[in-house]
Design a binder for this molecule. Structure first.
Ligand SMILES: *Cc1c(COP(=O)(O)O)cnc(C)c1O
Length: 381
């Protein structure tokens, strides 16, 4: 089955009791049993809920994976992956990472004796130099947030596999429409469902998708034991959002290309970070592992300063100044003080994330209106 058809149909069956075409919101905490040892597959809703189950099947199908597990947030999903590890284990990850992931790794898990190496993974050869007998997990994020760097998932997974290292990919920026890491050798795909999968800026949720049955059981055990599960109402909203994922992504990609090209040729713009430019350092790999280039991009103004960037972000009208991404509406964001404020400044600057970088999440509006808005704001700086 092709992607658009799966987005509409996967996981969703007519409700057995009424034939309702859309999965009902099973708003319940528990299920009545016939006898102590006999139930219909549902005992207590932290463990399982039919609305959540339908969504888990849908997301797994979109990633061409066997098992999906949903969490109350993207960070909840990431937390479950790190809890597969033990004190003394080491993780290799990239140096251009979602700020919240960096914060969780450094501030929460290091004190439990897990060591994290933040390195430049755009050069796959760097990986070998950091692997040792304690390395248990490779955590990749590509395209990266906010610099749109590209990591070769297939090459990294091949090296990891040789060393018995588990590979997890944060696939939030690409969405399952653009990139399917399991097919490239990854063991775990993570999504902040909050973003493209939900798509309407009204839900916080996370998900993991895996193929291995034992890994699924371990992660489902952690989800149920630690309890970061989503509610049925949110599961319903995401099931609804996913039905239009293909249509939305087509438009995000089209608008992304138009806006990236507009900015690239504008006299007041410094540098534009978008993997669809043929001179982007990750272009060849992006073309290989993604089906298109998406609607996320970052840029700097020419002769930029924090004041100028701030003025620009305050001047746009149609773009909303807000954290998050992947919704139908276009957003503008200042990574240094918003999404990536939890990364120490020296670390941030060292990794190329300047104080004046501006990030855009291009929505599905008419591109002409978005360009007019950017043009007006550019005239003011
Ligand atoms: C938003 C985001 C997360 C965290 O997800 P939440 O749903 O906000 O907890 C993780 N990774 C990336 C790339 C994100 O954009």
């Amino acid at each position: 089955m092709k992607f658009g058809t799966k987005a509409v149909h996967s996981g969703v069956e007519p409700d057995p009791s009424t034939g309702a075409i859309m999965t009902p919101i099973y708003q319940t905490s528990t299920y009545v049993q016939e006898s102590p040892s006999k139930h219909k597959g549902y005992a207590y809703a932290r463990g399982a809920n039919p609305t959540r189950n339908a969504l888990q099947k849908s997301i797994a199908a979109l990633e061409n994976g066997r098992y999906g597990i949903c969490f109350s947030s993207g960070m909840g999903a990431t937390d479950a992956v790190i809890k597969l590890l033990s004190p003394g284990d080491e993780v290799i990850t990239s140096n251009d990472l979602y700020g919240g992931s960096y914060r969780m790794f450094k501030k929460v898990f290091e004190k439990f004796g897990i060591k994290f190496h933040f390195i430049d993974l755009t050069n796959t050869a760097n990986l070998n130099a950091h692997i040792n007998k304690n390395t248990k997990l490779l955590w990749l994020e590509t395209p990266s947030n906010p610099l749109m760097r590209i990591i070769d998932i297939e090459a990294c997974s091949a090296i990891a596999k040789k060393n018995n290292i588990l590979v997890a990919v944060d696939n939030t920026f690409a969405s399952p429409y653009l990139q399917n890491p399991l097919a490239l050798g990854a063991d775990i795909v993570m999504h902040s469902v909050t973003k493209y999968l939900s798509g309407h800026s009204d839900v916080i949720m996370g998900a993991l998708v895996v193929n291995d049955e034992k890994l699924h059981q371990e992660l489902a055990f952690i989800a149920n034991s630690c309890g970061a599960v989503p509610g049925p109402q949110d599961s319903f909203l995401v099931l609804r959002g996913i039905k239009t994922l293909q249509l939305r992504m087509e438009r995000h990609c089209l608008n992304g290309k138009i806006i990236a090209t507009f900015l690239q040729t504008h006299t007041k713009i410094g540098k534009v970070y978008w993997p669809g430019f043929s001179d982007h350092p990750g272009y060849v790999i992006a073309k290989k592992q993604m089906s298109d280039f998406g609607g996320m991009l970052s840029f700097t103004l020419k002769n930029d300063s924090l004041e100028k960037a701030t003025k620009f972000m305050e001047s746009v009208q149609l773009f909303s100044l807000a954290e998050s991404l992947g919704g139908v509406e276009s957003l503008i964001n200042h990574p240094a003080s918003m999404t990536h404020a939890s990364i120490p400044k020296e670390e941030r600057i060292k990794n190329g994330l300047s104080d004046s970088l501006i990030r855009l999440s291009i929505g599905i509006e008419d591109a002409e209106d978005l360009i007019e808005d950017l043009e007006l704001a550019l005239n003011l700086v």
